[in-house]
Ligand binder design. Structure first.
Ligand SMILES: NC(=O)c1ccc[n+]([C@@H]2O[C@H](COP(=O)([O-])OP(=O)(O)OC[C@H]3O[C@@H](n4cnc5c(N)ncnc54)[C@H](OP(=O)(O)O)[C@@H]3O)[C@@H](O)[C@H]2O)c1
Length: 271
């Protein structure tokens, strides 16, 4: 099956998807069948062409009729205008967005009745084929469309299909929490460097600690039990945990999740 994919937006997320598809063996979307367009940054388009051998366009609107699938990878606030442009040009193409807050209902409301739509929420590890993506499909998505959606998703990592509401609720956890996690890493690296070691040493120590901890979890360890293994009652780690508790560490994280989701949701609510 040859599928012509038009990617609208040429930023980080577009590159992650392109790189995943281009590097994936046996992909039904061949390199020649990917076309990328953006608003104005021609240099960026040439970089993508030279790096991944994709086609580029400075006029993505006229390419819509020649495409089977449209993947919108531009900011949420561009979707209102984009939907009005796409609406007049599509005839049955599958429309996918990766934008925070732009759910299938939003797209279905603005596109031609019957248009198959899908909302994918990846994260930046997509560029390494390691995204944990969540996604949800609109009411007109067929099994053939699902094959294409699965192929795109599997090229950037793993994915779980959820309801529209769940994708809204979990956007912060899979899409944004990597930034929370890197903040945690940054703080530990700074603490390590304060004790006189180099940035490189600090990075190595923290990464290896994180990797070991993730492996413990992947091996089935429950956080509570793993915490107990590290922190014996009245011991040094318990003292550190006490400070996290007093500083409401978990509550702060929950507040960050809520603030992220609230903002993402408001993107889709703007009309
Ligand atoms: N980054 C993440 O971790 C992440 C995670 C999940 C979802 N997302 C979603 O992915 C989308 C893109 O994010 P990103 O991080 O890739 O952003 P980005 O690097 O800033 O790229 C945005 C791209 O959109 C293009 N664009 C803007 N307005 C346009 C228009 N009117 N027509 C065509 N192209 C237009 C820009 O082109 P110009 O440079 O020419 O303006 C640029 O290529 C967003 O909706 C975001 O919510 C991102």
């Amino acid at each position: 099956m040859m599928t012509k994919l038009l990617i609208i937006g040429a930023g980080r997320m577009a590159e992650a998807v392109i790189s995943g598809l281009v590097n994936k063996k046996n992909s039904t979307i061949q390199c020649d069948d990917i076309m990328v367009g953006n608003k104005s940054d021609k240099e960026r388009l040439h970089y993508l062409k030279n790096t991944y051998s994709v086609k580029i366009t400075t006029d993505w609107e006229t390419e819509i009729v020649h495409s089977d699938v449209l993947l919108i990878a531009s900011p949420p606030e561009t979707h209102e205008t984009m939907a009005s442009i796409i609406k007049d040009k599509i005839s049955g193409q599958l429309v996918i967005t990766v934008a925070a807050g732009i759910d299938p209902s939003y797209l279905e409301k603005r596109l031609v009745p019957g248009t198959p739509v899908c909302w994918i929420m990846p994260n930046t590890a997509a560029q390494l084929g390691q995204s944990m993506s969540i996604y949800t499909c609109g009411q007109n998505v067929s099994s053939e469309h699902r094959t294409i959606i699965d192929m795109i998703l599997s090229s950037i990592g793993e994915a779980e299909e959820l309801s529209e509401q769940q994708v809204h609720d979990l956007t912060a956890i899979t899409g944004s929490a990597p930034a929370f996690f890197y903040t945690f890493v940054q703080a530990l690296e700074t603490a390590a460097q304060d004790y006189g070691i180099s940035k490189g040493q600090a990075r190595n120590l923290v990464i290896k600690m994180v990797r070991g901890s993730v492996t413990m979890l992947e091996n089935g360890g429950e956080p509570e039990e793993l915490i107990a293994q590290v922190a014996s009652p009245g011991g040094s780690t318990a003292k550190g945990l006490e400070v996290l508790e007093e500083s409401h560490f978990k509550r702060i994280l929950l507040e960050s999740v809520k603030a992220t989701n609230k903002h993402a949701r408001s993107q889709g609510d703007k009309v």
